[in-house]
Design a protein around this ligand. Structure first.
Ligand SMILES: [Zn+2]
Length: 240
């Protein structure tokens, strides 16, 4: 019985033969040394690859936590063989790698990442990346605020969200800015944020209007504004 479980989100060569793997676990992001993992004939090779769920044991030696035993739980084969789902996952991993230190509830982060990867792997939907980015905002403590009705007149029918003000507005009080979304896009934005992930099945997502690109751009501005975060992988993928 192996006692630890995690998802490898980044892996670097270390010295001639080993690798350093960055693993998200229910205790947060951890770095481990995997000896001999740079050689694909080594038994350690399989549990040093990015986008793999592993169970493992580790030992602390000098300054390193070393993986001593491992077993592959999931290779996420469908994600790896589909360009769209792979790109979305690369963006998700980059977010986790850059921002997971700011997440207090590491247990929820781990189970959320595990669930979203299962969904992308088993029944890919373009909205999963949007959903991940939206719900991660909540875990980072900067989620959108929909409480208390319109920020100006308190009317309960909301129409728009302004990310710089960090509030929602009704149709009368809303004034369009570069950093706002409104009307149907706002509805989808709020719906995806508030709805529990387990209810966001393909049956629920398929009929939604296809606002992925717009919502994604809005969320990119949101991450930049509140967290100073800009995706590097997205810039690379857009160039390709
Ligand atoms: Zn109002």
């Amino acid at each position: 019985m192996l006692t630890k479980e995690g998802i490898i989100i980044k892996s670097n060569k270390y010295q001639e033969t080993s690798k350093l793997v960055h693993v998200l676990t229910s205790d947060g992001l951890k770095t481990y040394l995997v000896r001999g993992a740079n050689n694909f004939k080594s038994k350690n090779y399989a549990y040093s690859l990015e986008l793999t769920k592993i169970q493992f044991e580790s030992n602390r030696k000098n300054t390193f936590d070393i993986i001593t035993l491992g077993k592959v739980e999931d290779n996420y084969t469908n994600i790896k063989t589909n360009t769209k789902s792979l790109y979305d996952t690369i963006e998700i991993f980059e977010l986790v790698y850059s921002l997971s230190d700011h997440v207090i509830d590491t247990k929820i982060l781990y189970s959320f990442l595990s669930n979203i990867l299962d969904s992308i792997n088993n029944h890919y939907h373009e909205y999963y990346l949007t959903i991940f980015k939206l719900k991660l905002l909540y875990l980072l403590g900067v989620g959108p605020d929909f409480k208390g009705g319109c920020a100006k007149c308190q009317k309960s029918e909301l129409y728009a969200y302004d990310l710089e003000i960090g509030k929602a507005f009704c149709k009368e009080c809303f004034s369009m800015t570069q950093n706002s979304i409104y009307a149907d896009e706002f509805e989808v934005f709020r719906f995806l944020y508030l709805m529990k992930f387990e209810h966001l099945t393909n049956e629920v997502l398929d009929p939604l209007p296809k606002y992925q690109t717009h919502l994604d751009e809005f969320l990119d501005r949101y991450y930049d504004y509140y967290l100073g975060y800009k995706s590097k992988s997205k810039r690379i993928i857009n160039k390709m």
